[in-house]
Design a protein around this ligand. Structure first.
Ligand SMILES: Cc1ncc(COP(=O)(O)O)c(C=O)c1O
Length: 363
């Protein structure tokens, strides 16, 4: 053997690990050059005075990682192409690139490219920033959050197992359904609550489950840009419906009776961006319209946790008697948006199909 290997029996690292490191070092350093034959396990064990099992274990690891290869009848050799070479990325000069046919995206991919508003990464420093959707991060109760997190993470590890419940962590769903019925007059059981990665994922699921290209979605005008974008990228035909001081002008929906509207997106408790509250007569009118046409109403209740004094007006979902409302809420406002936790409250008949769609998109 013309390469030296030193093993230390007093080292805390097991012998097979030391031998592995030594051999790998010899290979990468070139002392065992590519294609070179290495001693058999018997020979090496004998020359190092260690058990053959230790050497076999080491060779197995080097084999599985692609440093050595065995050739039946000839012996064991250092591989000519080492895994470390493959992992080292050398930039390919653009002149050396081989042309490939143009990239063909789906209709959805194409519409994403045309999407107008990509999230802004950097914003200029301004004395007052009027950008919406940004919580007061400096007010966040970090210590309380840390304490709660460490308490609950230590006491119950069941929540780490996602596969247990595809609707989402059950105690969270139970807490949300209790909160919603107490504070928002939403009528639901925990098993109608689907935990989603923010409201945006809820909207994405809803559109994928209900909308074919050119199906019609009614939405408030002015309204929430991110909702409009998600509807647009899925190829829906958008029908802007005016908003006045009582919220969505519901009677305008009737003008489009031949349009077969499949979904209507509303922010009834605090219209985005005007702040109007959808009046009770309009709520009843909207629910009646949905029942008669078979359309679904997406109720975006994005910030009802906050009020200056008055109690928030109860959710539209609580008035619904024909299972026409898909209610969505978020923790982006009470906690922080990067948490990406929201919830979708579904009519019982839709729970299973939504749970499958959600599961498939993030298993
Ligand atoms: C009208 C409206 N809906 C929903 C959201 C929040 O959505 P998400 O849960 O995806 O953060 C916002 C956030 O700014 C909003 O303004």
């Amino acid at each position: 053997m013309d390469f030296a290997i030193t093993l230390d029996s007093n080292s805390p690292s097991p012998l097979h690990q030391q031998l592995y490191e030594e051999l790998r070092y010899c290979i990468l350093g070139g002392r065992l050059s590519p294609g070179r034959r290495i001693p058999s396990t018997r020979q090496l064990a004998k020359s190092l005075g260690i058990s053959r099992t230790t050497v076999t274990q080491t060779y197995d690891q080097l084999l599985s990682e692609g440093y050595i290869e065995t050739v039946v009848g000839s012996g064991t050799f250092v591989c000519t192409q080492l895994p470390d070479d493959l992992l080292r990325s050398t930039p390919i000069p653009s002149t050396g690139k081989i042309a490939r046919p143009p990239i063909k995206l789906s209709q959805y991919g194409d519409s994403l490219i045309k999407t107008e508003d990509v999230p802004r990464i950097a914003e200029p420093e301004m004395p007052i920033n009027f950008r919406y959707g940004r919580p007061a991060l400096d007010e966040f109760p970090l210590n309380l959050w840390r304490k709660l997190l460490s308490h609950y993470c230590c006491s119950d590890l069941q929540w780490l197992d996602y596969s247990r419940d595809i609707l989402g962590y059950k105690p969270l769903r139970e807490a949300i359904s209790r909160y919603l019925s107490r504070s928002r007059a939403v009528k639901c059981e925990a098993d109608q609550v689907l935990i989603v990665n923010g409201m945006q994922q809820a909207l994405d699921l809803i559109v994928r489950l209900f909308i074919e290209p050119n199906n019609v979605i009614g939405l408030e005008d002015p309204g929430y840009l991110s909702a409009r974008l998600i509807f647009q990228t899925q190829g829906a035909k958008l029908l802007p419906i005016a908003v006045d001081e009582s919220g969505l002008v519901v009677k305008d929906l009737a003008h489009y009776s031949n349009e077969q509207i499949r979904l209507v997106y509303v922010t009834p408790s605090h219209q985005f961006p005007t702040g109007a509250i959808l009046s009770l007569p309009r709520r009843l009118e909207l629910l009646t319209w949905a029942r008669q046409t078979g359309a679904f109403i997406i109720e975006d209740d994005y910030d009802s946790e906050y009020r200056y004094g008055d109690r928030p007006i109860p959710a539209l979902q609580g008035l619904d008697r024909s299972d026409s409302v898909l209610y969505i809420g978020t923790f982006s406002k009470v906690l922080f948006p990067s948490l990406r936790i929201g919830y979708l409250v579904l009519p019982k008949s839709l729970v299973s199909v939504f749970a499958r769609g959600k599961w498939l998109s993030d298993v």
